[in-house]
Design a protein around this ligand. Structure first.
Ligand SMILES: [Zn+2]
Length: 313
């Protein structure tokens, strides 16, 4: 096909060729004048692509250096001066839409709820709505008090880190069963549910942090929710222990926890430590201890969403 029309196409080809050469020369002139103008020896021998890249890259750096008060967010605006208003307006709602929603459930409340409720959706097994929780003899605090103190601090830390947060309770005197709490998380559309608890056991020498999650055979949760809940449990435990220096006890994966079985999103129960151990009790009740725990749990949540950035189910 190329051979047949060679002669008749000669004139056209010449015109195209001349135009292309002219366009190339103009392009080279523009590029060379740009390089000379910048007086940057690094780019003088580079090819077109890398020269263009480093020109635009260094011009951003230059403009931000010359304007020391400009924050990182403002750099795109200074780079597109012809329409600064629209690009500034677009960036604000975009950030708000992308926020991850964490539901924090501070375990227990002032009065226990003795009325039973199904242990899982459709289950015949009935469990008490909410138990009274453990108690710290040394600190003199109830578990529900420590759980709320840590949860409120965790809320503030997560808000600071750019998350949205929904709380199942922000006071101790409420009447919320474990099913109620899971429903609050579901109705809010939370991406994860983190349930905050303290442990208690007869042997007062026992210390350490552990998490509860579903077993791999949990009949109420999808495979995806089970896997994510277990990973969330691992990360929360690891990062809390890393920050506080507490011992890690084996996480417990079982299917008799109402607040896990009713969850519509990845869920974990953090048992932050043992209030039945005098030292750990004081640690859990202290400002310093709570601050460390909060940093660790927030790190664990960061790590979780680094692994599962598409939080929406
Ligand atoms: Zn508890």
């Amino acid at each position: 096909m190329e051979e047949n029309n060679r002669n008749s196409n000669n004139g056209v080809l010449k015109v195209i060729l001349v135009s292309a050469i002219l366009a190339f020369i103009v392009g080279v002139l523009v590029l060379v004048s740009g390089i000379l103008h910048r007086k940057d020896p690094v780019n003088s021998g580079g090819n077109t692509e890398s020269a263009v890249e480093s020109v635009s890259g260094s011009s951003v750096t230059e403009s931000s250096e010359s304007l020391p008060s400009v924050s990182g967010n403002m750099i795109p605006v200074t780079g597109i001066p012809e329409n600064p208003d629209s690009s500034a307006a677009e960036s604000v709602p975009e950030e708000e839409e992308d926020k991850i929603l964490v539901c924090i459930d501070p375990g227990h409340e002032t009065e226990q709820i003795k009325d039973p409720e199904p242990n899982g959706p459709g289950s015949d097994v009935m469990k008490q709505g909410v138990t009274s929780g453990t108690y710290g003899e040394t600190s003199g605090k109830n578990e529900y008090e420590v759980n709320l103190e840590v949860s409120l601090k965790l809320r503030d830390e997560l808000l600071e880190r750019g998350y949205d947060v929904v709380m199942t309770r922000e006071i101790n005197d409420v009447k919320l069963s474990n099913v109620d709490r899971a429903k609050i998380a579901e109705e809010a559309g939370a991406d994860i549910l983190v349930r905050i608890h303290c442990n208690g056991v007869d042997n007062h020498s026992v210390t350490g942090v552990l998490c509860y999650g579903p077993s791999n055979a949990n009949p109420y949760l999808s495979e995806d929710l089970i896997a994510k809940s277990r990973r969330l449990s691992e990360l929360l435990q690891q990062h809390q222990a890393e920050k506080t220096g507490q011992r890690m006890i084996d996480n417990i994966y079982q299917d008799d926890m109402t607040g896990i079985n009713w969850a519509a999103m990845p869920v974990s129960i953090v048992e932050m430590g043992f209030m039945t151990n005098p030292d750990e009790d004081l640690f859990l009740a202290s400002e310093e201890g709570q601050d460390l725990i909060v940093q660790g749990l927030a790190d664990g949540i960061d790590a979780y969403f680094a692994e599962f950035p598409e939080a929406e189910e």
